[in-house]
Ligand binder design. Sequence first.
Ligand SMILES: Cc1cc2nc3c(=O)[nH]c(=O)nc-3n(C[C@H](O)[C@H](O)[C@H](O)COP(=O)(O)O)c2cc1C
Length: 478
Amino acid sequence: MKRIMAAALIICMMLTLASCSSQEKAKGAKTNQQTETDSAKHILTAYFSCTGTTEQIAGWIADKTDSDIYQITPQSPYTKDDMNYGDSSSRTTTEQNDASARPEISGRVEDMDKYDVIFLGYPIWNGQAPRIISTFLESYDFSDKTIIPFCTSHSSGIGSSDTQMHSLCPDSVTWKPGERFSADTTSDEVNDWVGGLNITMETSANTGVFHFETKKVLLNSGYEMPIMGLGTYSLSDEECENSVKALLEAGGRLIDTAYMYHNEGAVGKAVRESGIPREEIFVTTKIYPSQFENAAGAIDEALEKMDMEYIDLMLLHHPGDGDVEAYKAMEQAVADGKLRSIGLSNWYVEELEDFLPQITIMPAVVQNEIHPYYQENEVIPYIQEKGIVVQGWYPFGGRGHTAELLGNETISAIAQAHGVTSAQVILRWNLQKGVIVIPGSSNPEHIRENLELFSFELTAEEMEQINALDRNEKHDWY
Ligand SMILES: Cc1cc2nc3c(=O)[nH]c(=O)nc-3n(C[C@H](O)[C@H](O)[C@H](O)COP(=O)(O)O)c2cc1C
């Protein structure tokens, strides 16, 4: 645990480290190791504690996140009498009953600007955060920072003590839902909670960057994902097995299935029989709204059908009743090691605005309909700015539209200029926009062709020409 007292020494060390890592970067490809050094988020664990319970939890959080720690100390310490909450005229009762009370704090955080994330701990006092927490929040500019409240209490839940703080800070603060701990919470429980937040990787400088040399992208979950693969929608078991085999033989490593495609078992079988180590293959599946009511059971069912110990990425297939609870079940499955990354499918700006404040783990991926006639040029940057990777389905426009799209004059001319197919041009256009592609096919020839996207590059002008084809024309209902 780094103590704030040692701030000057740490800053010197960080400056040295920073100069080392930028020299390394200039030399060539980034490794994951470097990514963590480059991007290490600056985290502060700030807490107020009178009898040591919150202090202990704060210490574990600081250890786990390797963060600086700061104790919020009242100018005038609370005496035993002050804290007698059975007494209606005690200092704490009076303060807690007065929303404008702002007990003074002794000392300050030296350089609040440098922190990206603040864990904020406090005991529950009369059902709320102590007023000194309001003093703390009003003493600094928390714009664009993430605040993660946590509290301890005798028996009360966190209640509205966390959400009530939101109005004290600028709108640009990202608030994670708070967590309540009791005096007998163990360090393992605290570590599990922190681990599930995915805090350290979330704003990695490397997150979301498509690496065309490795053909992978680093997700905010800390796992790498191939940027092109195979979609298996509408493939029968036999077609699916053959297609997955063709993909794996041709070097592809990303497979997308769903409960609704009824072929998860075939995907699992083809992966197992390929002889390729499991950790080299990335499998996505989705749970359907009809499963949201028992999402934990649906996750286990998918694992069983695919006969896998973990799933690389699980998405909620569509928004629907109970989607927040279903997502929380996926968050729990991440903590349990059943899922590595989680995300959403068919969530657009409005749906995301409503959904994201209700969950803890930021989605790693959002998968939506994207093709030259339905480009989502406003949705894609909105998602990417949050450190979420975008993935497209129906890259060739979907059933009944493929011939028209592949035969489009502009796309065909670009394809001819590069000596590739229209399909390859569309897929490459996606990759250059930072969109992962998973074209569906049961034709081994096409599956191979769809992976050959790295021997040519579209010029800025060609990208513009394809961008100009947008018709905002959705080809499916969701
Ligand atoms: C003034 C005061 C009010 C409290 N109000 C509540 C309460 O409303 N609900 C509850 O469960 N515990 C309540 N408690 C108990 C504390 O929340 C609990 O002991 C907490 O873990 C103490 O944290 P600390 O050791 O970090 O100071 C209260 C304690 C004090 C001193």
